[in-house]
Ligand binder design. Structure first.
Ligand SMILES: C[S@@+](CC[C@H](N)C(=O)[O-])C[C@H]1O[C@@H](n2cnc3c(N)ncnc32)[C@H](O)[C@@H]1O
Ligand code: SF4
Ligand code: SF4
Length: 368
């Protein structure tokens, strides 16, 4: 659940509260849908763990840090990088994705961060296809049965730590004839995941998927129900965000002001800062156009970059253009910053809680 200290930016909009840091562009796969495809395996002078820690002198607390890639576990020093962020950036939760092909690196990192820092980690295991189609989808000489046994090892290690939540991350519509139900069965029965997260595939460059939004809505309704120990408000929030996301696919339009650059930024592996993934790293064609500056040129003082004239101009342009897009991560934060959405969220939560109370009274009467 969100920490009290993370609430003020959602009401006042006065400081950064989320960062996506793409720790590397290197990857050992080449998935068909990958939005970072044109940056994959490009040379970059990645920030070291020490440099990452220095950014922490100027920021925090942050409600959430997303680790991006490439495959984060391709970095030799990934355990040190995750430790630096966990210890110095004060994140409420860290979301760490993996394609699951490098179990030794994942387990090594879990053994370093798991349980140690009093932090919450969500390890996102990406699952988009299985069986025969896996090798075609990831585009390299990887085999599904090897992936499954690697994923089981990762699952066993993750379950050894109370503060690590293992999440199956399924991008709905990422491949043709995707068997989402089959994948979710593997996730639940073979990998014993603690949670699932469903996203909708999004377009980039020349890639124009047409996901089945009706099926996405059905999957969310059926599978993203409350988990044991999860606060009901969080469940209502997660489902509501996905409703908005699906609505956006049906009829793309401006809903709320985007908080890119204000509440959230994206950092590229070598330290350049951008408003978001579309207007910057990795998706924009011309990165220079959207670069706000590099932390190395500002002595790692990220807020100083955001206060520069250039950053202010870009933020104003985003606001004035009433920019909107398919990005669910930004949409969640944008909506949370909107007072109307917070009121709607509370109303839904209250009505759901009231329904639950009525249901239990009803079943109590039935038992008499
Ligand atoms: C870019 S990957 C980086 C981390 C890691 N390599 C992995 O695959 O988990 C992070 C997540 O983005 C998802 N993803 C990639 N391309 C996407 C797209 N076009 N739309 C939505 N999600 C996408 C992947 O399936 C993965 O779950
Ligand atoms: S594993 Fe992740 S980063 Fe690598 S190609 Fe697939 S989606 Fe992209
Ligand atoms: S609406 Fe989307 S593309 Fe526009 S600034 Fe926000 S996140 Fe970026």
């Amino acid at each position: 659940m969100i920490r009290l200290k993370d609430l003020p930016p959602l009401f006042l909009g006065h400081r950064l509260t989320e960062i996506t840091y793409f720790v590397t562009s290197r990857c050992n796969l080449k998935c068909q849908h990958c939005f970072i495809i044109k940056r994959l395996n490009t040379e970059s002078d990645e920030l070291s763990a020490e440099e990452i820690a220095r950014i922490g002198e100027y920021i925090g607390p942050l409600q959430r840090v997303f680790i991006g890639g490439g495959e984060p576990f391709m970095r030799k020093d990934i355990a040190e990088v995750l430790c630096a962020i966990s210890e110095k950036w004060d994140p409420g939760v860290m979301c760490i994705p993996t394609n699951g092909t490098l179990p030794d690196k994942v387990i090594g990192a879990l053994n370093t961060i798991g349980g140690r820092h009093g932090r919450r980690y969500r390890l996102h295991l990406s699952m988009n296809t299985y069986g025969q189609e896996y090798a075609d989808f990831v585009g390299e000489n990887h085999d599904y049965s090897a992936w499954l046994s690697n994923a089981k090892r990762i699952s066993n290690a993750a379950h050894g730590y109370d503060n690590v939540t293992l999440v199956a991350l399924l991008t709905v519509g990422s491949c043709e004839n995707q068997d989402a139900e089959g994948l979710l069965r593997v996730a639940a029965e073979e990998l014993r995941v603690d949670d699932i997260s469903l996203g909708l595939v999004r377009e980039h460059d020349d890639y124009r998927p047409v996901p089945d939004v009706v099926e996405f809505r059905r999957l969310v309704k059926q599978h993203m129900r409350g988990k044991r120990g999860e606060h009901a408000l969080l469940e209502v929030y997660r489902n509501l965000i996905r409703d908005y996301q699906a609505d956006y696919y049906d009829a793309p339009h401006y809903q709320v002001p985007c908080q890119a650059e204000k509440l959230r930024v994206v950092i590229a592996p070598e330290g350049s800062v951008y408003p978001c993934e579309k207007l910057g790293y990795p998706e924009a064609e011309g990165l220079d156009r959207w670069s706000l500056g590099n932390v190395r040129d500002y002595d790692y003082n990220l807020p100083a970059i955001l206060m520069s004239e250039r950053a202010k101009e870009i933020q104003l342009a985003i606001r004035n253009s009433r920019c909107h897009c398919q990005q669910c991560i930004d949409l969640g934060l944008n909506l949370m910053a909107s007072h109307r959405f917070k009121a709607r969220l509370l109303a839904k939560w209250i009505s759901r809680s009231a329904r639950n109370i009525l249901d239990s009274v009803q079943s109590g009467c039935d038992d008499i």
